[in-house]
Design a binder for this molecule. Structure first.
Ligand SMILES: NC(=O)c1ccc[n+]([C@@H]2O[C@H](COP(=O)([O-])OP(=O)(O)OC[C@H]3O[C@@H](n4cnc5c(N)ncnc54)[C@H](OP(=O)(O)O)[C@@H]3O)[C@@H](O)[C@H]2O)c1
Length: 328
């Protein structure tokens, strides 16, 4: 079981008087910077000139080049894309770090796969919210918070874990739960969930089901409704109360059909593919492939996104969403 922490476990004093530099002002950067500021911390934002710089300035932050923000901060949150983090760290962060600073990551990728080898004078911690940026902000504003995983990779000050807990509280997670993990486990399970389920497995199941119905002569709109549209209703029920709430809410016919036929959708072939995907993550093969893809400006990613946009399910979905939102 993961060790869990709540508000009473956090020593806020370790961070209360510290300056936090949020590096990057995208999905997580914007949410976390605003939450940390609303929690009472001094927050500065470090980004390059451009859209993020302008957004952070409009949101009322003191915005500066990354190197200046790092030099001025006690705690540095690296909220930049994982594929660019190593280069940004080497060029814009490392030369301006000082003894005892804490560097916070929101995902273990760069440390776990050795893209950043930090010097021994820094605390290296992870605070990984279990939610996309806008959700991290919305929950905080509503008075709750997104759960977070924390981990310590390097503890030079002796209070790295307390800093991680306090940072997690600052973004709102102590109102929910803070769970202790490791950089390795967070990275590997996060990538696996993305690939096998939320951004890969589910999408391909929907596409295959849609194509099966259309090939059997059913109308694309109906196939779209049954194979993609309805998923949102089920996902909400699962999020709120798991399988139990789903079964309480769907018809017995739907529940019985799912319970008896569903296991065929995760048979031996699928389970073998899951093991293979996990092995590629654990061996570093996926990370290597993705980092190399970035070096050549994403040719494969670009093509695959284009092909997905052109698939039948996406075309049918665009049309149905246009019609049901009142478009003609
Ligand atoms: N997205 C999520 O919901 C989520 C959830 C949990 C954890 N995480 C983790 O959070 C971290 C940040 O991800 P994200 O999704 O928030 O990223 P993002 O939305 O893509 O935002 C990246 C930010 O980094 C800036 N940036 C990019 N390249 C830069 C460079 N070379 N120099 C300076 N700034 C640069 C971008 O600024 P420009 O406007 O100048 O490009 C932007 O402000 C990652 O470690 C990710 O794994 C994300």
């Amino acid at each position: 079981m993961l060790k869990k922490y709540y508000d009473a476990d956090v020593n806020w004093a370790v961070i209360a008087e510290k300056t936090v530099a949020v590096i990057g002002y995208g999905s997580q950067g914007r949410a976390q910077a605003q939450n940390l500021r609303d929690s009472g911390l001094a927050v500065i934002v470090g980004v390059r000139p451009g859209k993020s710089f302008e957004t952070a300035s409009l949101d009322g932050f003191t915005v500066m080049p990354v190197c200046d923000a790092v030099a001025a901060a006690d705690v540095v949150a690296m909220l930049v894309p994982d594929e660019s983090a190593a280069e940004i760290f080497r060029r814009d962060v490392l030369p301006w770090t000082h003894d005892g600073q804490a560097i916070v990551f929101a995902h273990g990728f760069t440390i776990h796969y050795g893209q950043i080898t930090p010097p021994p004078n820094l605390d290296i911690i992870m605070v990984a919210p279990k939610g996309v940026g806008p959700q991290v902000r919305r929950l905080y504003v509503e008075g709750s918070g997104a759960a977070s995983l924390i981990a310590v990779h390097q503890d030079v000050t002796g209070h790295a874990k307390q800093t991680a807990l306090a940072f997690a509280k600052g973004i709102g997670s102590a109102r929910s739960v803070i769970m202790e993990s490791t950089f390795a486990d967070e990275t590997e399970t996060d990538l696996f969930g993305e690939q096998a389920v939320i951004c890969g497995g589910v999408m391909n199941l929907m596409k295959a089901a849609y194509e099966t119905l259309v090939a059997a002569g059913y109308e694309p709109e109906m196939a779209y409704f049954e194979c993609m549209h309805s998923l949102k209703l089920i996902a909400d029920l699962l999020y709120e109360g798991g399988f139990t709430k789903m079964h309480d809410s769907v018809s017995k016919t739907a529940g019985y059909g799912g319970l008896t036929r569903g296991p065929r959708m995760a048979g031996p072939e699928t389970r073998a593919a899951m093991k293979e995907i996990l092995a590629e993550i654990r061996s570093g093969a996926f990370a290597r492939e993705w980092l190399l893809e970035n070096l050549v400006n994403h040719p494969q990613y670009t093509s695959l996104v284009r092909l997905e946009k052109e698939c039948g399910l996406e075309k049918a979905g665009e049309e149905v969403r246009r019609i049901i939102s009142g478009g003609k």
